[in-house]
Design a protein around this ligand. Structure first.
Ligand SMILES: Cc1ncc(C[n+]2csc(CCOP(=O)(O)OP(=O)(O)O)c2C)c(N)n1
Ligand SMILES: [Mg+2]
Length: 328
C-alpha cells in the first residue's frame, strides 16, 4: 500500500507531538518532588504513566478514526488522546488538577474524558475493553458506520474482561478493534511469566476473529494493519485484533527503578525509536529534510508550552466544590 506524503507527515507530526508532550510532563512531574520523592508534591501530584516510545501505535490507529468513533484507553492514556485529537490545554490542566481540566481537575492524568471526541480512559486495567464493546453494540443497533477502538496493554489481555469482551464482540459481530500494546511488561512482570501464548494475536483464533501482529515501533506497519481492521469494522464485518509489539522508553510509572530490565535492553529498543523510523522513511522518499523536521519539532514544542502555560495559570477547583461531579 503506497502511502501519500501528507498521510505520513501527519503521522510524524502526531508522534512528535505525543513525545514532546510526554517528555515535558515527565520533566514537570519531578518539580518539587525530589530528593525524597514526595508523590503528593509539585504541580502534578499522584502517579504518572507516560507513553514515550509507543507513539506509533496510537498515531497509526487513530489516523483512521473520526471524531465520533469511540476510543477507550488505559492508565497510560495521553498518547491515545492526543492522537484522537484531544484538547491539549484541557488535558494538561486535568493532569495539573486544575478547574479548567477535562474533569474539572478531579480526575488527574488517568481520568481523561472528552465527550466531543468520544474518548475515555481509566486506571482499572482492562476496564475499557467492555466499554468499547458496549459502544460498538450501540453503533450496530443504531446502524451507524462508526467504529469503536479499545487500546490496552498485554497485561490487560490476561484479565477476564478481555476474554469476555472479545467473545461477545465476535458473537454479536460488532464494529470494534482491539489494540493490544505489547510493551513486554505489566509493571515489572514480563509477558512470558503471565501469558500462556507467545503472542496475543494467537488468541484471535480462540474467538474466531482476525488477529495480526505488527511492529509497533513502525507507524506505517501499524497504519496499514489498522486500515484493514477499521475498514472491515465499518463495513459491518465485525471485530478484529491488532497486537502491536512496542516498548516504553520510560519506567512503568515515574519513579520506577526499572531493576527488572535486562542489561542494555532499553538502549537496544531506543535504536527502534518510532520518530527515527518514520523520519528515515520520510527522508528516503525526499519528503522530510532535517530543517523540516526541526520546524515540526518547534511547532509541537510551542503547542506543548502553550498547554503548560494554560495549565499553570488556571485556578484549582474551590474546596467547597470537592463533592460536586464525583460519586460520593
Ligand atoms: C484491575 C487492576 N489490577 C491491577 C492494577 C495495577 N496495575 C496498574 S498498571 C498494571 C500493569 C498493566 O500492564 P499492561 O496492561 O501491560 O499495560 P502497560 O502498563 O504495560 O502499558 C497493573 C497490574 C490495576 N490498576 N487494575
Ligand atoms: Mg504492558
Amino acid at each position: 500500500m503506497a502511502l501519500d506524503k501528507e498521510t505520513l507527515l501527519n503521522l510524524y507530526r502526531n508522534i512528535v507531538l505525543i513525545r514532546t508532550f510526554e517528555e515535558r510532563v515527565g520533566e514537570m512531574y519531578y518539580e518539587d518532588k525530589l530528593p525524597a520523592f514526595d508523590i503528593a508534591a509539585g504541580p502534578i501530584p499522584g502517579e504518572m504513566h507516560l507513553y514515550s516510545g509507543q507513539e506509533a501505535v496510537a498515531a497509526g490507529v487513530c489516523a483512521h478514526l473520526r471524531r465520533d468513533d469511540p476510543v477507550t484507553s488505559t492508565h497510560r492514556p495521553h498518547g491515545h488522546m492526543i492522537a484522537k485529537g484531544g484538547d491539549l490545554n484541557a488535558m494538561m490542566a486535568e493532569i495539573f488538577g486544575k478547574k479548567t481540566g477535562l474533569c474539572q481537575g478531579k480526575g488527574g492524568h488517568m481520568h481523561l474524558f472528552e465527550p466531543a471526541i468520544h474518548f475515555g480512559c481509566g486506571g482499572i486495567v482492562g476496564g475499557g475493553i467492555p466499554h468499547a464493546v458496549g459502544a460498538a453494540l450501540a453503533i450496530k443497533k443504531r446502524k451507524e458506520d462508526r467504529v469503536a477502538v479499545a487500546f490496552f496493554g498485554e497485561g490487560a489481555a490476561n484479565i477476564g474482561a478481555f476474554h469476555e469482551s472479545v467473545n461477545l464482540a465476535a458473537v454479536w459481530k460488532v464494529p470494534v478493534v482491539f489494540v493490544v500494546e505489547d510493551n513486554l511488561y505489566a509493571i515489572s512482570v514480563p509477558k512470558e511469566a503471565s501469558t500462556s501464548v507467545r503472542s496475543n494475536a494467537e488468541r484471535g483464533a480462540a474467538y474466531g476473529i482476525p488477529a495480526v501482529q505488527v511492529d509497533g515501533q513502525n507507524a506505517i506497519a501499524v497504519y496499514e494493519a489498522a486500515q484493514v481492521a477499521i475498514d472491515r469494522a465499518r463495513r459491518g464485518e465485525g471485530p478484529s485484533l491488532i497486537e502491536a509489539i512496542c516498548y516504553r522508553f520510560r519506567g512503568h510509572f515515574e519513579g520506577d527503578a526499572e531493576g527488572y530490565l535486562g542489561a542494555g535492553e532499553k538502549l537496544e529498543w531506543k535504536e527502534k525509536d518510532p520518530i527515527n523510523i518514520l523520519g528515515d522513511q520520510l527522508k528516503e522518499q525526499g519528503w522530510l529534510s532535517d530543517a523540516e523536521a526541526e520546524a515540526i519539532q518547534a511547532v509541537m514544542s510551542e503547542r506543548v508550552s502553550a498547554a503548560e502555560l494554560f495549565a499553570r495559570e488556571s485556578p484549582y477547583p474551590a474546596p467547597e466544590e470537592a463533592l460536586e461531579h464525583v460519586f460520593a
